[in-house]
Ligand binder design. Structure first.
Ligand SMILES: Cc1ncc(COP(=O)(O)O)c(C=O)c1O
Length: 499
């Protein structure tokens, strides 16, 4: 076994070129050895003279480090007997080989050490959320460069220059009143929803709303109708509460309610994206909307309406939100600023039947209280002072132009390989592939050529749809459409496809 002195000396590495003083480097390294159990309580340290010789340091440097470690309780001096690691660190046993047995690291933990709930999150990739990774055709990515930075900065500075007590405190649990009022006005004008600001709860993005609503409304084993294909992260949020998912197909009118009634008529909740089915793009027909509300009212079931990007509708008749048609307080409406402003803002909102507001806020209080008041205040000003609607108008025109440019290039250069049609709403196209191909394999191979898309199958629970890729257009400037499609064609050729 190595002597403690040897252990200490072999563990110390000093960087004489660093701006961190040598005494502090020594202090940090000895402290780390004690904290990790490499040097255990009661171990006598080498004398300052020995250390000074071995480490080629002045004794003053060593004494400075020792003084600080002693003051913080890591070391203790016994008069005439030298300096020891304080006995408080006794319990940290060193194994025979001189290296303390470390607790298992998470990467080597077996799933049995994690909760059963965490199983549901397996397989979710967070690699796409690396801001440095290229986005080429990824859906859901907007035009960050067109965001009105100067206006935003001006509004932000206005609050920063004289931060009020309210701005720095915990903030209203339900969300900033001014923002809730601005949202209530906005959804009335744009989505036909007649609600008061008292029914609005501000959340950290729609995804948080889905998690909170799962907690609020679902018991283990409850059944949930989910659109298939559908929004993956919402499904997982509900599954994590132990509920059973009932996947319902999408046809030309939207979610197949007949299938739901056949397979699970008394589901507790349905999650739907009526204004633009995610990801297929269908609009839920008027008849189906009435049927869905009627079923929920009779069955005392809940409807979660995810309306994440209804602002980006280019053609077709916009129908009012499902929430606007609900007379029975069954629909919970979820909106977000992620698509229309920017995702890292982490601001979304829920419009609840009045009876659900208080229980929702109670859960909110335990989860994380409310999003930063400053950002809520800036967003409220942005809306109230007219910038919001102007920004939406500009983005809608821009995205429509981008869609046209990309569609033209795709049809011109890949028209014999894929089938792609314009979409009425949203930020991506669906490119249907030859039926013999596996979309997942194609998407993975394309990513090796730095072309990023998602396979439609990623969103599917049952394999009933032909293979397809989601091709985002909102993040593809018109003048880059030709070049990006050329790169796509080249990659497909390299992958052996006849295009
Ligand atoms: C269909 C759909 N709903 C909701 C969201 C959630 O957005 P956020 O949590 O950023 O508000 C997304 C995000 O991409 C989405 O695609």
């Amino acid at each position: 076994m190595k002597s403690p002195a040897g252990l200490l000396l072999s563990g110390v590495e000093l960087d004489r070129t660093s701006t961190t003083p040598l005494y502090r480097q020594l202090y940090l390294q000895i402290r780390k050895q004690i904290l990790t159990g490499r040097l255990q309580g009661g171990t006598r340290l080498p004398s300052t003279r020995t250390l000074s010789k071995e480490l080629e340091l002045s004794r003053i440097t060593i004494l400075n480090a020792f003084d600080q470690l002693t003051a913080e309780g890591f070391l203790a001096s016994r008069s005439g007997a030298g300096t020891y690691v304080d006995s408080e660190w006794d319990s940290r046993a060193i194994a025979e080989n001189g290296i303390q047995q470390q607790p298992p690291r998470l990467s080597t933990m077996s799933q049995s050490l994690l909760s059963m709930r965490s199983n549901h999150f397996q397989g979710i990739s967070y690699a796409d959320w690396n801001p440095a990774s290229p986005t080429s055709f990824l859906p859901s990515h907007s035009t960050y460069e067109s965001f009105p930075q100067n206006t935003w900065k001006r509004l932000m500075n206005r609050h920063l220059q004289k931060p009020s007590k309210a701005m720095l405190g915990y903030g209203e649990l339900q969300g900033l009143q001014e923002l809730r009022k601005a949202i209530a006005d906005y959804v009335f004008d744009s989505r036909g929803i007649d609600c008061t600001s008292e029914q609005v709860v501000i959340v950290s993005g729609a995804q948080q709303a889905f998690n909170l609503l799962g907690m609020l409304l679902l018991n283990p084993q409850d059944t949930v109708w989910m659109e298939d294909p559908g929004h993956i992260a919402a499904r997982i949020a509900f599954q994590a509460h132990g509920c059973q998912i009932v996947p319902l197909r999408i046809d030309a009118q939207g979610i197949d309610i007949e299938q739901g009634l056949r397979e699970c008529p008394d589901a507790r909740l349905v999650f739907t994206t009526p204004s633009r089915q995610h990801p297929l793009g269908t609009t839920l027909s008027y008849t189906r909307r009435l049927e869905l509300i009627d079923w929920a009212a009779r069955n005392h079931s809940w409807i979660i309406e995810d309306d994440c990007d209804s602002e980006f509708r280019y053609s077709g008749r916009p129908l009012p939100a499902l929430c606007a048609m609900d007379q029975w307080d069954r629909v919970i409406y979820v909106g977000t600023f992620s698509k229309v402003l920017y995702p890292s803002l982490r601001l979304g909102y829920v419009i609840l039947p009045p009876a659900l507001v208080e229980p929702m806020c109670t859960i909110r209080a335990v989860m994380d209280r409310s999003p930063p008041t400053l950002l809520q205040a800036v967003t409220a000003d942005f809306m109230r002072e007219g910038h919001f609607l102007g920004h939406i108008r500009r983005m809608r025109t821009l995205y429509q132009a981008r869609q046209e440019a990309l569609l033209e290039q795709l049809q011109k250069n890949l028209g014999d390989f894929i089938t792609v049609a314009p979409v009425d709403a949203g930020m991506h196209l669906i490119a249907w592939l030859p039926p013999s191909l596996n979309a997942d394999t194609v998407a993975k191979e394309l990513s090796l050529h730095n072309i990023h898309t998602y396979a439609l199958s990623d969103y599917c629970l049952q394999p009933y749809l032909p293979p397809a890729l989601l091709i985002g257009f909102a993040g593809v400037p018109q003048d880059q459409a030709e070049e990006r499609v050329a790169a796509l064609v080249l990659a497909l050729r390299k992958m052996g496809h006849d295009v």
